[in-house]
Design a protein around this ligand. Structure first.
Ligand code: ATP
Ligand code: MG
Length: 315
């Protein structure tokens, strides 16, 4: 089974329990939940039985151990997680606004993950994994970005493949050096997994069809476009198709894209056809939004089967 590696932030998330704009008033939060986009992605891969590993860095505190315990429970290889004594694990505070958009407050840049570097156990994973998944959020701090780029160099040198989810929070897009890193990574991407407007991050094209054509002409093999409550679409030079959303009640959409990505990439690497991988990833994304807490939304194969069976019975 091909082994999937990701690199980047392992955080806890605290979710505001009231809607509103930001964090300037005293307010209730629920959490801590294990989080960090790469961590959610890899937890999802492990949960459906894929071989999965993460390179990351946490403090020797409850927030760090909460994450390590969860990832280990879900069969993720945690040998590449460095525990940094005297440092703290990063936090993300999230609050939903009335219009459904989200305000984030990150302590990522001041936490253990910002100082990620290539350790011997990290290097061993770079030399043994077959596929790398990069999330744009992991490119926002120089330590994480350099480690991700080193992983990319080594995995590609051994004939491995790359999937790339830009996952760009508006809060992160203007980070110094970000544009350069994004371009470098896109140039080596096999599977591109943008969400909504992220499709236009790398092209001046105005329409979806033109942007897709442009990206495929650059050598990207397949594009999977996440459309939130509208489902998802697949594009390659041979085919394109859409998958409609599975109707659910949205409780907490954070992490849906990461769960979706984990299922899609794991299934494609295991040899599933794009349509089958997209069908199950779409179900995993829908399931994810029904659960509060970003990593609480990852699913097992049995949960996805069950969910799809129930949907079929209803339709
Ligand atoms: P995030 O970065 O917050 O993890 P994202 O923006 O990368 O999310 P989304 O497009 O929000 O990704 O969600 C990923 C996939 O999950 C969608 O393409 C769809 O398949 C499924 N999904 C998300 N929201 C819903 C919803 N409300 N109803 C049904 N399916 C959904
Ligand atoms: Mg995303």
């Amino acid at each position: 089974m091909p082994k999937i590696l990701t690199v980047g932030e392992i955080l806890v998330e605290l979710v505001a329990t009231t809607k509103g704009d930001g964090f300037r008033d005293a307010q209730p939060f629920f959490g801590p939940f294990p989080s960090g986009a790469p961590a959610i992605f890899v937890d999802q891969v492990g949960k459906i039985g894929g071989a999965a590993a993460i390179i990351g860095r946490v403090g020797d505190d409850d927030f760090g151990h909460l994450n390590i315990d969860r990832l280990a429970r879900d069969d993720v290889d945690i040998s590449g997680i460095e525990i940094a004594p005297g440092e703290v694990t990063g936090c993300a505070f999230v609050r939903y606004r009335e219009d459904g958009s989200r305000a984030f407050l990150f302590t990522m840049h001041q936490s253990a993950t910002a100082m990620l570097s290539v350790t011997p156990s990290g290097a061993a994973l770079m030399e043994s994994c077959d596929h790398l998944h990069i999330m744009g959020t992991a490119l926002a701090a120089p330590g994480m970005a350099d480690t991700a780029l080193e992983a990319l160099r080594r995995v590609k040198a051994r004939g491995g493949t790359l999937s790339f989810d830009p996952n760009l929070r508006p809060e992160l897009i203007d980070t110094p050096g970000m544009r350069d890193r994004l371009d470098k990574i896109l140039a080596q991407t096999d599977i591109f997994m943008p969400s909504g407007r992220e499709l236009f991050l790398f092209s001046n094209d105005k329409t979806e069809a033109h942007a897709v054509t442009d990206l495929l002409a650059r050598g990207i093999r397949e594009i999977v476009l996440k459309r939130g409550a509208q489902g998802a679409s697949f594009f390659s030079s041979e085919e394109r198709f859409d998958v409609g959303p599975v109707p659910v009640e949205e409780v907490d959409p954070t992490g849906a894209g990461d769960s979706f990505g984990g299922v899609y990439v794991a299934l494609r690497l295991a040899g599933s056809r794009p349509a089958d991988a997209l069908h199950r990833a779409n179900a995993a994304g829908a399931l994810a939004v029904t659960r509060l807490g970003p990593m609480e939304g990852t699913s097992t194969n049995a949960e996805i089967d069950d969910f799809l069976k129930k949907q079929k019975a209803l339709s």
